[in-house]
Design a protein around this ligand. Structure first.
Ligand code: NDP
Length: 281
């Protein structure tokens, strides 16, 4: 029987627990605080940041958006991060990516203190993750693990195929799946005969960024398909990487876009902020 995995419903269910946790922390004198640094005014980044702000405020977090103009220098940005690193009232921070071309993204990400790095992108947190000793988990990857857990789909001993190897999604997810005892194959643009690999997946995850990329002939019957992609189709409609109507004929379980991985990413970010703040109690 086909199962639709609704990230929206799962996120809503967990949100109330989180709100109570925040209330509990506040009673102990700690309000979890999150700072988001945004450079410029790119449409998608503005939307992501707005959604983070809304969710943080719903949960009662102390949220502040720190804006810089597109022309900000790397030095100015780094100085601002260093000051947040020192600020005892700030639990967690993230720099909304991508950054303008004149700024070295890697250098900026590395400036964020690993203790406050709520995105989990710092090399130290990445290292902990790959050592199966995670500190902070990148939100999209963490959100996917929660989606599976809530749907009672255990990756242990399953063949998980991840298409996409970015630092934001594919790589951290690969580590989490390995930590969860899955057998993991990571595919990317240089992979030969992708279809023969995706067809072997018990759990197939697509994080490519191309509409209609995964079609039914690439999916094993009954497989779980997780669609990370967020793309605009020819009618400017938000769609994932997976051809939903086609693939739902074959898959056993699937996430929709919108309402699948997206809501879980933001929820996980809030969860991680609260986890970091708990260390202050
Ligand atoms: P990147 O562009 O950084 O990575 C895309 C990956 O796809 C790369 O590893 C690339 O391979 C691979 N790829 C590209 N073309 C092919 C191909 N023909 N065959 C196999 N692999 C291919 O993207 P992100 O990881 O940042 O994001 C991926 C998608 O997920 C985007 O649509 C993004 O918007 C979405 N996203 C959604 C989130 C959510 O919360 N729902 C959060 C983050 C991202 P190579 O490494 O060889 O170039």
């Amino acid at each position: 029987m086909f199962k639709l995995i609704s990230g929206k419903a799962i996120a809503q269910k967990r949100q109330e627990d989180l709100r109570l946790e925040v209330e509990n922390l506040k009673n102990k004198g700690v309000t979890p605080s999150l700072r988001v640094i945004l450079v410029g005014h790119s449409g998608p980044s503005e939307i992501y940041v707005r959604n983070k702000k809304r969710r943080a405020e719903e949960l009662g977090l102390d949220f502040e958006l720190i804006r810089f103009d597109e022309t900000v220098t790397e030095q100015e940005l780094i100085a601002s991060i260093e000051s947040l690193n020192q600020d005892q009232t700030v639990d967690a921070m993230l720099v909304q990516l991508p950054l303008p071309k004149h700024i070295d993204e890697e250098k900026v990400v590395q400036t964020v203190s690993p203790y406050k790095d709520v995105d989990g992108f710092s090399p130290i947190n990445f290292g902990y993750l790959w050592q199966n000793n995670p500190n902070v988990i990148p939100s999209t990857a963490g959100g996917i693990m929660t989606l599976l857990e809530e749907s009672e789909i255990n990756p242990a001993s399953k063949h998980v195929v991840i298409v996409g190897r970015s630092n934001i999604v594919g790589r951290p997810l690969g580590a989490l799946m390995l930590n969860a005892d899955a057998t993991v194959t990571m595919a990317h643009s240089k992979t030969k005969d992708l279809k023969s690999i995706t067809k072997q997946a018990d759990i197939l995850i697509s994080a490519v960024g191309k509409a209609h990329f995964i079609t039914a002939d690439m999916v094993k019957k009954g497989a779980t398909v997780i669609d990370v992609g967020m793309n605009r189709d020819e009618n400017d409609k938000l769609v994932g990487d997976v051809d939903f109507d086609d693939v739902s004929e074959v898959a056993g379980a699937m996430t929709p876009v919108p309402g699948g991985v997206g809501p879980m990413t933001i929820l996980t970010l809030m969860e991680q902020t609260i986890e970091i703040a708990k260390k202050r109690v």
